[in-house]
Design a protein around this ligand. Structure first.
Ligand code: RIB
Length: 339
């Protein structure tokens, strides 16, 4: 009867490496994995755990499908996922959907064709189709950030309505009454939630957000810049602007400064996400911080548990993580309003 030592000798690796390949307890480069698996087949080595692994065609590989990892928000989440995956012996394949449902669907097909063990999905929009494809294939999946309704799937989410409320409450407390809003993409439910919370805070203070003070946005630097130009052209006498993510807030601040306006003296600006640039820039950006690292860590942990306990048919879990206001230099208190 062949032993693990025999497999190690035939594959020219250590016994520990054979164990890591069999149990998925640490990342092993694909070429070595192939050598070990060939040795196992040649020698007929079949411990229970290996037979179970081969029967399920486990590949110790996770797919991570998200809109755009060049956005530091997604980059921070992706990094957290890859770090945990590596320590648990999983390779992580990163796929950027670029916000395209067609590209997202193509990547789902590609990942499923590679016998992936599980998928972490940050959706390109509100379509359930890619998620249904994954679940129908019987592949474990965790949704992060962009809620996909009450589907029977693990979700790691943020209370975006409260995040928008925090931004509005903060500016009201600083004495601002004429505020603008640069919106997130309207195909995302989280964009609507942030606006709802922002309006709720203003309404509690007896203030309104006029339609003219709201402009569409796309979560990009350029979208924030364009939105800010539009608000300036409307000459609304704004003293503060809330942008639905940090990249748009950065774009808005660059337009204000190029127009000879001072942030925060002339206009205060609040963002959303708390990407590293928010703290590094000048003036540093007041923002609503999303726990990016914790979002990634929670998502991969839920996924690996579901993979390892896939025979137990665990009920779907919905984890809501907190947001918090991070006060920096881009906002100021207004002098007491004239009576
Ligand atoms: O910056 C990217 C935005 O899209 C973030 O606010 C995040 O919530 C994602 O959905």
């Amino acid at each position: 009867m062949a032993t693990m030592r025999d497999v190690a000798a035939r594959a020219n690796v250590s016994v520990a490496t054979v164990s890591h390949v069999i149990n998925g307890t640490r990342f092993v480069d694909p070429q070595t994995v192939d050598r070990v698996r060939l040795a196992i087949e040649a020698l007929g080595y079949r411990p229970n755990s290996l037979a179970r692994g081969l029967r399920r065609s486990e590949t110790s590989t996770i797919g991570m499908l998200l809109p755009d990892n060049s956005n530091p928000f997604f980059g921070e989440i992706a990094r957290a996922i890859e770090d945990v995956g590596f320590t648990q012996g999983y390779n992580v394949i990163l796929c950027n959907s670029d916000g395209s449902e067609a590209k997202e669907a193509a990547y789902v097909d590609t990942l499923l064709s590679k016998q992936i063990d599980g998928i972490i999905l940050i959706s390109s929009g509100n379509s359930f189709a890619p998620l249904h494809t994954i679940l129908n294939a019987g592949v474990p999946c965790v949704v992060i950030d962009r809620e996909l309704g009450d589907l029977a799937v693990d979700q790691v989410l943020i209370d975006n309505e409260y995040g928008g409320y925090l931004a509005g409450q903060y500016l009201v407390r600083l004495g601002h009454q004429r505020m603008g809003y640069i919106a997130g993409p309207n195909q995302l439910s989280l964009s609507a939630h942030r606006l709802t919370g922002f309006k709720r805070a203003l309404n509690e203070a007896g203030l309104m957000l006029p339609d003219a003070a709201m402009v569409p946005g796309d979560f990009l630097y350029t979208g924030g810049a364009e939105g800010m130009r539009t608000l300036l052209r409307r000459d609304l006498g704004l003293t503060a602007v809330f942008a639905a993510n940090d990249r748009m807030a950065v774009g808005a601040i660059s337009v204000l400064q190029r127009a000879g306006l001072n942030v925060p003296q002339d206009i205060s600006v609040v963002g959303y996400d708390n990407i590293p640039l928010a703290n590094a820039m000048w003036p540093s950006l007041t923002t609503i911080a999303q726990p990016m690292t914790e979002m990634g860590q929670t998502g991969i942990s839920l996924l690996l548990e579901r993979i390892k306990r896939r025979d137990e048919n665990l009920p779907p879990r919905r984890v809501m993580l907190p947001v918090r206001l991070v006060e920096r230099e881009s906002c100021r208190r207004l002098a007491e309003q004239a009576a």
